[in-house]
Design a protein around this ligand. Structure first.
Ligand SMILES: Nc1nc2c(ncn2[C@@H]2O[C@H](COP(=O)(O)OP(=O)(O)OP(=O)(O)O)[C@@H](O)[C@H]2O)c(=O)[nH]1
Ligand SMILES: [Mg+2]
Length: 388
């Protein structure tokens, strides 16, 4: 299945930089390397196989004014048709001082509104992502307020445009991002996740896998980009937020293989603690909806951790570490297959799951043997290969 991502925003907002870092990390291994990128001339299209049954066509739309005019006018039906996810990048460097550069923000807002209107005509079910980008340039002291104010404006613009009865609250998601930290990968994981056709089935199988393995968490990463494709517990969180519980779709799906008896014996571990990450549904408290994609500042992160919650960007940090390790391995002409880490309070096992994915299993119960987890990964491969 092919899905189209339309990546738009004004010139210099950082579209090609994020594309390069997320999808071409061997050519652009770090944020500084994006400085050598030139402005995009016209539209650059690239295709990525994410899973066996999902190919992403990413349209990086050069943001100079003449191009923008043509996307909105004579090329609109071609540009906005068949869109799976519309990603609009706002340059928050312009908001470094609150209200300082309102003209740029206003112009962005008008352009974005025009895009959403056209999208609604040509691809009415497309997911809409607003990336409030270059958050590193916004002063930490005012970051939360500026983010909240901008998201509030965007959400009310969208409601005004499409009407309060539309599903826009659920389809529109905002994320604060920067190429200098993990927020970029977190946002792009969400974007890709929104396009995976059988995600509910994948998640329910992953939940069962984590349960029978006695794992605290199990996470599936895409093999090339190391974006998070699915993680255990996510569907439940979404169900709990929407008040629907497990969906019917997952209930009738094939079950993952049963573990060996020694592995099953280890499955008494309590269910994992979760970080708050699922998108709030319509009608929930507005503040939760607005702050959903807010990247916490360093001070806020510290207080999250000291309150006993898990690190909100733990998977993205792991992706980064593994990508670096893989890079080092390839310099030594060694191929990277799997990884085992044993800490004082946990053990982690990362291994190839399918042709396009890795699985990371975190175990916090010292009575669970990693060798049993390995065996379960081995036994689960065939099932997950069919699912992806
Ligand atoms: N500080 C900071 N700079 C960034 C960030 N993202 C991108 N940049 C820089 O912004 C500059 C412009 O980025 P591009 O990716 O070329 O911008 P673009 O949106 O593709 O621009 P056009 O191709 O002209 O439409 C580059 O020098 C990047 O290094 C970010 O998160 N923070
Ligand atoms: Mg560009």
């Amino acid at each position: 299945m092919k899905k189209k991502i339309l990546l738009m925003g004004r010139s210099g907002c950082g579209k090609t930089s994020m594309r390069a870092l997320v999808f071409s990390s061997t050519l652009y291994p770090n944020a500084a390397s994006t400085k050598r990128l030139g402005t995009t001339l016209g539209v650059e299209t690239s295709h990525f196989r994410i899973l066996r049954n999902l190919v992403i066509s990413l349209f990086d739309m050069g943001g100079q004014q003449a191009y923008i005019d043509s996307y909105l006018d004579d090329r609109k039906s071609q540009v906005f048709k068949d869109v799976g996810a519309f990603v609009y990048v706002f340059d928050m460097g312009n908001s470094a001082e609150q209200g300082e550069d309102d003209d740029a923000w206003e112009a962005d807002g008008r352009y974005w509104r025009d895009c959403v209107r056209l999208l609604n005509q040509h691809s009415p079910t497309a997911q809409i992502f607003c990336l409030l980008h270059k958050m590193d340039l916004v002063q930490e002291s005012s970051r939360r307020d500026i983010y909240a104010q901008r998201v509030r404006e965007l959400r009310s613009k969208a409601r005004d445009l499409l009407g309060p009865e539309s599903d826009i609250d659920a389809r529109l998601r905002c994320c604060g991002t920067s190429i200098w930290d993990e927020t970029l990968y977190r946002a792009w994981s969400k974007i890709i996740h929104s396009l995976i056709p059988n995600i509910a089935v994948l998640e329910s199988n992953l939940d069962q896998f984590a349960g029978v393995s006695g794992a605290t968490e199990a996470v599936v990463f895409e093999r090339k980009t190391f974006l998070v494709v699915a993680r255990s517990g996510e569907a439940k969180e979404r169900g709990a937020v929407a008040g629907t519980g497990d969906s019917k779709e997952t209930a009738s799906q094939p079950q993952p293989p049963q573990p060996s008896s020694s592995v099953a014996a280890a499955s008494k571990v309590s269910s994992p603690r979760r970080s708050k990450g699922a998108p709030p549904a319509l009608g929930q408290d507005d503040t939760a909806l607005i702050m959903e994609g807010y990247p916490p500042s360093d001070a806020e992160r510290k207080s999250i951790l000291s309150s006993g919650q898990l690190h909100p960007e733990r998977f993205e940090k792991i992706s980064e570490l593994v990508k670096n390790l893989r890079g080092s391995c390839s310099k030594l002409q060694a191929s990277f297959q799997s990884l085992e880490v044993r800490g004082e309070t946990f053990a982690a096992y990362l291994d190839v799951l399918t042709a396009d994915t890795y699985i990371l299993v975190i175990v916090a119960d010292p009575s669970v043997e990693l060798s049993a987890v390995k065996l379960n990964v081995h036994m689960a491969r065939e099932r997950f290969e069919k699912l992806s």
